[in-house]
Write a protein that binds this ligand. Structure first.
Ligand code: ATP
Ligand code: MG
Length: 568
């Protein structure tokens, strides 16, 4: 990749195979006068993660590109795992990413139609009620190398099947006692075609249909027909559904309904990251993280709270590209896109995370002054602000060494440095606590160096950030690191779970950080670069008494290095 500017990235990417297929279908008029119709079909059984962002960008992006429309459809066929909370969060997240759906649909809206179609298949001798248990069905299914065996109930009469299926719907039978199966081919090399289950009995309350139904369609029976009902022309999904495509087509052909075309693409996988709702739910339930929007979570809510922006996520997804085989993308690439975006938009501020008192002996007590500072050197329109300066300041503990190691250019006794936008100071002496730790540095300043330059042209090797002690606000800072220690979190020893690769130090909380006073008016959507420290944003846990800031990313961009190495 040579072009790393998110704004121009999309424009320079050559067309991908999805674009090529749709362009060709438009050219040949495959779908007649119909507009291109896509859908994003989440199951509301968890929050969206960044993998879903890829699907969303493709579904909405491709429809947009070809003047088409996109539905948001909830594939809500599993009442035991689905909740309104997830439905709400998914809508919020799709909008946050920057997309608006044409129609809001639910597979549960089609339960009546799907039931009618099931009756139609039974009448055509294409579906039957099976009394085998789930275990027995599995045993009869066969393997990749051996054909399955017919269920003893496979050849029930149409009348008996109709009677039993209607009674299943009426609630006459307990959960798990019977299923409706498609009658296809128990010897098919594709296991999905070996008489797949269409309906199961489940006396569960559905988040939308309540107790209206006690039989529920399987995902595979509902998905293709839902696409067809919505006249989806191009039904994009991830590669693991390729083996299901023949089944979706079979249903559509048997029923003689609108033939949506399924096209598979690769899942987004990111190093050091787990993208599976099943796992993410476990992290939430077992309190490994603090909820779905924990800033360490790869959910869109988590990224948002961490300070990531929709623009950067979209640019990253576009740059990661789309292909027909699964791979893995470096997390550093995502971070690189985010830094690039924040570098342009983030307001600069000074904040000291690990404070050390710096007292200027020759600065008049009780005096204060204001230095004018640019809010964003990358964006003149962001303006300037006045930052208070006084006799007592805070600097970072790391910016002072009583005994400096070789090549240490920051402050040490006798050494002169620049306080950013303010003055040159020279360290003179230190105050220590009983344990011998330096708790205060005393220095002198050169009043002629105001603004950060000395009229005599004297050079200093280091520029440090600072905060005026009397004006500082104290805040909590949350520093995040990767949630997993291994690039492939599934690289496990026998019997281990991904949890054994958890990073025990993924969250560090600092309670006594000192911030310049302008940060008191920070808003949730504001983005900051704390100079020399990293990118930060306000956390919703903040109160008027206690501000909390999240570190979105440290400043260092390791991706640039990786890229350079790869190119060299
Ligand atoms: P998970 O395995 O995380 O539970 P899922 O595929 O079960 O994900 P769905 O709600 O069924 O989640 O997904 C909605 C859409 O998002 C589907 O079209 C699916 O193919 C797509 N999708 C899910 N995960 C990814 C991913 N990592 N990369 C790209 N697309 C994805
Ligand atoms: Mg799924």
């Amino acid at each position: 990749m040579t072009n790393s500017n998110p704004e121009t990235q999309e424009a320079h990417t050559p067309s991908n195979f999805l674009q090529d297929i749709i362009a060709e279908d438009v050219r040949t008029g495959k779908f007649g006068e119909a507009v291109i119709q896509t859908r994003f079909p989440p199951e509301p059984n968890g929050y969206l993660h960044i993998g879903h962002a890829k699907a969303i960008c493709l579904d909405f992006g491709l429809a947009d590109e070809f003047g088409g429309k996109t539905n948001l459809r909830f594939d809500d066929t599993n009442p035991e795992k689905e909740e309104q909370e997830y439905v709400d969060s998914i809508q919020k997240n799709v909008r946050w990413l920057g997309f608006e759906w044409d129609r809001l649909c639910y597979a549960s809206d089609y339960f009546g139609q799907l039931f009618e179609w099931a009756l139609q298949l039974i009448k055509a001798g294409k579906a039957y009620v099976d009394d085998l248990s789930a275990d027995e069905i599995r045993q009869h299914r066969g393997t990749l190398t051996e054909p399955g065996t017919d269920s003893p109930y496979r050849n029930r009469s149409v009348e008996e099947n109709l009677d039993l299926f209607v009674r299943m719907k009426k609630g006459e039978f307990p959960d798990g006692s019977r299923v409706l199966r498609a009658k296809i081919d128990m010897a098919s090399p594709n296991l999905n075609m070996r008489d797949p289950v269409m309906y199961r009995i489940l006396h569960a309350t559905h988040h939308r249909t309540g107790d209206e139904w006690c039989i529920y369609p399987m995902y595979d029976y509902a998905h293709g027909q839902s696409d067809s009902i919505e006249r989806v022309t191009h039904s994009m999904c991830t590669l693991e559904f390729a083996d299901h495509q023949p089944l979706y087509r079979w249903y559509i052909e048997q029923l003689g309904i609108f033939p949506s075309q399924q096209i598979e693409f690769d899942r987004l996988n990111i190093t050091y990251t787990v993208l599976s709702k099943r796992k993410l739910i476990q992290f939430v339930q077992e309190k490994i993280v603090n909820g779905w929007d924990d800033p360490r979570m790869p959910t869109l809510s988590g990224f948002r709270r961490r300070g990531f922006t929709a623009e950067a996520i979209r640019a990253f997804v576009a740059a990661a590209g789309v292909s027909r085989s699964n791979g893995s993308t470096d997390i550093e690439m995502l971070e690189h896109f985010q830094r690039d975006d924040l570098n342009r938009r983030a307001r600069r501020a000074m904040a000291v995370l690990h404070p050390l008192k710096l007292v200027i002996d020759n600065y008049p007590e009780g005096q204060e002054e204001f230095v004018e500072v640019a809010n964003n050197p990358e964006d003149a329109s962001a303006g300037t602000r006045q930052v208070p300066f006084s006799r007592e300041l805070y600097i970072e503990q790391d910016d002072f060494r009583e005994v400096p190691p070789p090549k240490y250019y920051r402050l040490s006794p006798g050494k002169e440095v620049r306080l950013r936008n303010a003055y040159f100071v020279t360290a003179q002496s230190v105050v220590k606590d009983e344990g011998g730790n330096v708790v205060e540095v005393q220095c002198t300043y050169d009043p002629a160096s105001r603004g950060g330059n000395s009229p005599d042209g004297r050079k200093v090797k280091s520029t440090m950030h600072w905060v005026s002690a009397a004006h500082a606000i104290t805040a909590e800072i949350r520093l995040y690191d990767k949630l997993f220690t291994k690039a492939d979190p599934y690289d496990l020893e026998e019997g281990q779970d991904v949890l054994s690769n958890l990073n025990p130090n993924s969250l560090e909380v600092l309670t006594g950080a000192k911030l310049e006073p302008s940060l008191a008016s920070a808003k949730l959507e504001d983005r900051f670069q704390f100079e020399r420290v990293g990118y930060f944003c306000l956390d919703p846990d903040s109160t008027s008494e206690k501000l909390v800031f999240n570190r979105t990313l440290p400043l260092k961009d390791s991706w640039a290095k990786i890229e350079k190495k790869a190119g060299a």
